[in-house]
Design a protein around this ligand. Structure first.
Ligand SMILES: [Zn+2]
Length: 352
């Protein structure tokens, strides 16, 4: 095994205290060329854990890519202790087509840990698992909402795994969800393989949203501090809440939605969330909060059919908690600006 002074990463020697821009061969193109994933390996002067940070595992989810690129744009940025493996775009084939999926329409995030003799997707997953995950101690996997939706930044972790909960708490997104991820997902399989990994969701596809980028970049630095890879304490907002239960409030009728809340809004039971009316403003029905909660996701497409998801609500323990979370989120600059920025994309009106 490598000693700390020099380690081999992706076929190259990397000295402690330096970085390497590497390429990991992942598959071959239809024209027979190598397809590679660009990776930055950042090595601290002193020993410590190895953390992987991945973006665009869904090839259209670019906020994480923006956060990783903003951190590595400073050539002096990196850990004092340990290694950070930064992968701005994990799913390069999806990314090249501005798509969530691989060209064969498979979801790479359901193909881990992969299989060396399987489908294209599972072979790629296996390469990533063997070359990256097997050498990392912790992971952060950055996502956004799916197409036509947005997410208020939230970290997702298996609360039964103390290390996952530790990473999610230190990240400091403001909201933490107990969720270990579906079978075959990167975070679940990496965690099962001994590399505790969390997901962080924020914003929309096809964009780099400034406040979501800030939240993710702060979170990555926070995790480095928590793992003693950098000096200092993580900057975690006071109002951070841990959610066990979430629910999509769905449209009952077809029509056009007037929203009464935006991402990050806190609500109490019975509060109007959105009013559905015909195109000529005839009321169809109103969606109300089924419990005290916080809006962690919502549709950005106001035209809905019955059964379509409108508001993703995380359950808070009481109206008092909802009020406290609202008050304290305004005290954290990143959360306050994130709420402002994300709400500018959505027409929010008071219930009539
Ligand atoms: Zn995703």
């Amino acid at each position: 095994m490598n000693d700390w002074k020099t380690q081999s990463w992706f076929g190259r020697d990397v000295a402690a205290g330096t970085y390497l821009n590497a390429e990991l061969e992942i598959t071959e193109s239809y024209s027979g060329r190598n397809i590679t994933i660009p990776i930055r390996v950042l090595r601290g002067d002193a020993p410590g854990p190895t953390l992987m940070v991945t973006g665009a595992l869904h090839g259209d989810e670019l906020n994480g890519t923006g956060a990783i690129r903003s951190l590595i744009s400073d050539p002096d940025w990196g850990p004092d202790r340990g290694n950070v493996i930064m992968i701005p775009v994990l799913n390069v084939l999806g990314f090249e087509r501005h798509s969530r999926y691989l060209p064969d329409r498979r979801d790479l995030n359901r193909c881990f840990p992969g299989h060396a003799a399987g489908s294209m997707a599972t072979r790629m997953a296996r390469v990533i698992f063997d070359a990256v995950v097997s050498r990392c101690d912790y992971g952060i996997d950055l996502h956004t909402a799916a197409v036509r939706r947005t997410n208020y930044p939230n970290a997702r972790a298996d609360f039964d795994n103390p290390q996952c909960l530790r990473l999610a708490t230190a990240f400091g997104a403001g909201v933490i969800l107990d969720n270990r991820g579906p079978k075959g997902s990167f975070r679940r399989e990496a965690t099962a393989a001994g590399c505790p990994t969390i997901v962080v969701e924020g914003g929309e596809v096809w964009k780099v949203e400034p406040s979501v980028l800030e939240c993710m970049a702060r979170g990555i630095v926070n995790v480095l501090k928590e793992l003693d890879m950098l000096d200092g304490e993580p900057e975690v907002p006071d109002n951070q809440v841990k959610l066990k239960t979430t629910k999509w409030v769905r449209a009952e009728r077809g029509g056009f939605m007037d929203m009464h809340v935006s991402p990050g809004s806190t609500v109490v039971t019975g509060q109007p969330l959105a009013t559905n009316s015909s195109l000529l403003q005839e009321d169809q029905n109103r969606l109300i909060a089924p419990f005290d909660g916080i809006v962690i996701g919502m549709t950005t497409l106001p035209a809905v059919q019955p059964g379509e998801p409108v508001i993703h609500l995380g359950r808070l323990s009481s109206p008092k908690t909802a009020r406290r979370v609202r008050r304290q989120s305004q005290a954290d600059e990143i959360q306050r600006t994130t709420q402002q920025h994300l709400s500018t994309n959505i027409q929010v009106t008071p219930p009539g």
